[in-house]
Design a protein around this ligand. Structure first.
Ligand code: A2P
Length: 333
C-alpha cells in the first residue's frame, strides 16, 4: 500500500492531539508525519507509532513534499497557510470554519456525502462538531421520511474551545473546592457549575454563529436546503463529548421503533436506548469513542409526525479528528 507524507497543523492542540492518535489507531498509511504548531511549541516532542517526533514552527515553506495536510489551528491559520499547502501539492482537510461554506470546497461527512470529495480543488472542509453528530443521526431517517424541521438544543463540552478551556474548567473547580473566588478568562462567565447559553459570537438576529453553522452546514452536507433548522447552542461544564436534544418533524410518520430500527443499521451510529434500565447516551461514557450514540428515541407529541431523541458524540473525535482522518482515508482509497 502507498504511504503518504502527512502534516498535522495545530498538532499540540486538543484536536491535533486526537488527529495524531486517530492516524495511529486506524493505521493510516503514513510514510512520514510532520507536526506543526506555533513558535511557542517549537522543539516539543510528540509520540506517534512509538517514535518521538519534533513539533516545528508553522511556516509558509512547511509543506514541501506533504501530500495530505490536516489543519486544526484556527480559521486565521487556515486562511493564511492552507493556500501554501495546496500550492505545494497537498490536499488540505481543514477543521476550521474558514472554507466550509465556500462553493468550491466540499464539506464532507464520510457516512453521508463521501462522493463530494471528488469535487475538491485542494481543500476539503470538516464540518462543525455539533453539526456532524446531528447529521450522522438524522440523515438515515431523512432517507426514509424527509425531515421538514429540526429543533436542536446542544450541551457542548469545553474541549470544543480548546486546551485553554479545559484548563479553565479544571482551575475553576479547584478554586471552588478551595473556597476561592472563581476567576474566568476564556468564557464571559464562569463555566464550572454553570450553563452558558452562548457559543460563538451573536448576530443581530439573536442567533449565534455556532447556531447558524448548524443550519447552513446541514443544508450543504445533506444537499437539501429546505430542512428548517433552529438551534440553541449551550456550553456546559463537561470536559468532553457534546450532547444534543433533537425534535424532528417528518414528512411521513415513522414510529419510534421504526426509527430505532433505521438507526441501529446506520453507519457510525449506535443506539443506546433502554430507559427502564437507565440506559441512554452519556457524555462521560462517550468520551474516547468513535460512534454517534442515540437514545431517548420517542414520538414527539408537539409535532405531527414528530420524533424526539438524544444524541451524544465525542466532538474531538467524530466531531473533528476522526472525521478528518476518515476524509483522508477516502482520499487514499
Ligand atoms: P501552540 O500549542 O503552539 O499554541 P487549541 O484549539 O486546542 O487551543 O489548539 C490550537 C492549535 O493551533 C495549537 O496546536 C496551537 O499551537 C496552534 N496555533 C495557534 N496559533 C498558531 C500559529 N500562529 N501558528 C501555528 N499554529 C498555531
Amino acid at each position: 500500500m502507498k504511504g503518504y507524507n502527512v502534516a498535522v497543523v495545530g498538532a499540540t492542540g486538543a484536536v491535533g492531539h486526537e488527529m495524531i492518535k486517530v492516524l495511529e489507531a486506524r493505521k493510516f498509511p503514513v510514510k512520514e508525519l510532520k507536526l506543526f504548531a506555533s513558535a511557542r511549541s517549537s522543539g516539543k516532542k510528540m509520540s506517534f507509532c512509538g517514535e518521538s517526533l519534533p513539533v516545528e514552527e508553522l511556516k509558509s515553506s512547511s509543506f514541501k513534499g506533504i501530500e495530505i495536510a490536516l489543519f486544526s489551528a484556527g480559521a486565521g491559520r487556515s486562511v493564511e497557510f492552507a493556500p501554501h499547502a495546496v500550492k505545494s501539492g497537498a490536499v488540505v482537510v481543514d477543521n476550521s470554519s474558514a472554507f466550509r461554506m465556500d462553493a468550491n470546497v466540499p464539506l464532507v461527512v464520510p457516512e453521508i456525502n463521501p462522493q463530494d470529495i471528488k469535487l475538491h480543488q485542494g481543500i476539503i472542509a470538516n464540518p462543525n462538531c455539533s453539526t456532524i453528530q446531528m447529521v450522522v443521526a438524522i440523515n438515515p431517517i431523512h432517507q426514509v421520511s424527509r425531515i421538514k424541521r429540526v429543533i436542536v438544543v446542544t450541551y457542548q463540552a469545553v474541549s470544543g474551545t480548546g486546551m485553554k478551556a479545559i484548563q479553565e474548567l479544571e482551575r475553576q473547580v479547584k478554586e471552588w473546592v478551595g473556597g476561592k473566588k472563581i476567576t474566568h478568562k476564556v468564557y464571559p462567565h464562569p463555566i464550572a457549575f454553570n450553563v452558558i447559553p452562548h457559543v460563538d459570537v451573536f448576530y443581530d438576529t439573536g442567533y449565534t454563529q455556532e447556531e447558524m453553522k448548524m443550519v447552513h452546514e446541514t443544508h450543504k452536507i445533506m444537499h437539501d436546503d429546505k430542512i428548517q433548522v433552529s438551534a440553541t447552542c449551550v456550553r456546559v461544564p463537561v470536559f468532553r463529548a457534546h450532547s444534543e436534544a433533537l425534535h424532528i418533524e417528518l414528512e411521513k410518520k415513522l414510529t419510534a421503533s421504526q426509527v430505532k430500527d433505521i438507526l441501529s443499521k446506520a453507519p457510525g451510529v449506535k443506539v443506546q436506548d433502554d430507559p427502564q434500565q437507565n440506559l441512554y447516551p452519556l457524555a462521560i461514557y462517550t468520551a474516547g469513542k468513535y460512534d454517534v450514540f442515540v437514545g431517548r428515541i420517542r414520538e414527539d407529541i408537539a409535532f405531527p409526525n414528530g420524533i424526539a431523541m438524544w444524541v451524544v458524540a465525542d466532538q474531538l473525535l467524530k466531531g473533528a479528528a476522526l472525521n478528518a482522518v476518515q476524509i483522508a482515508e477516502l482520499l487514499s482509497a
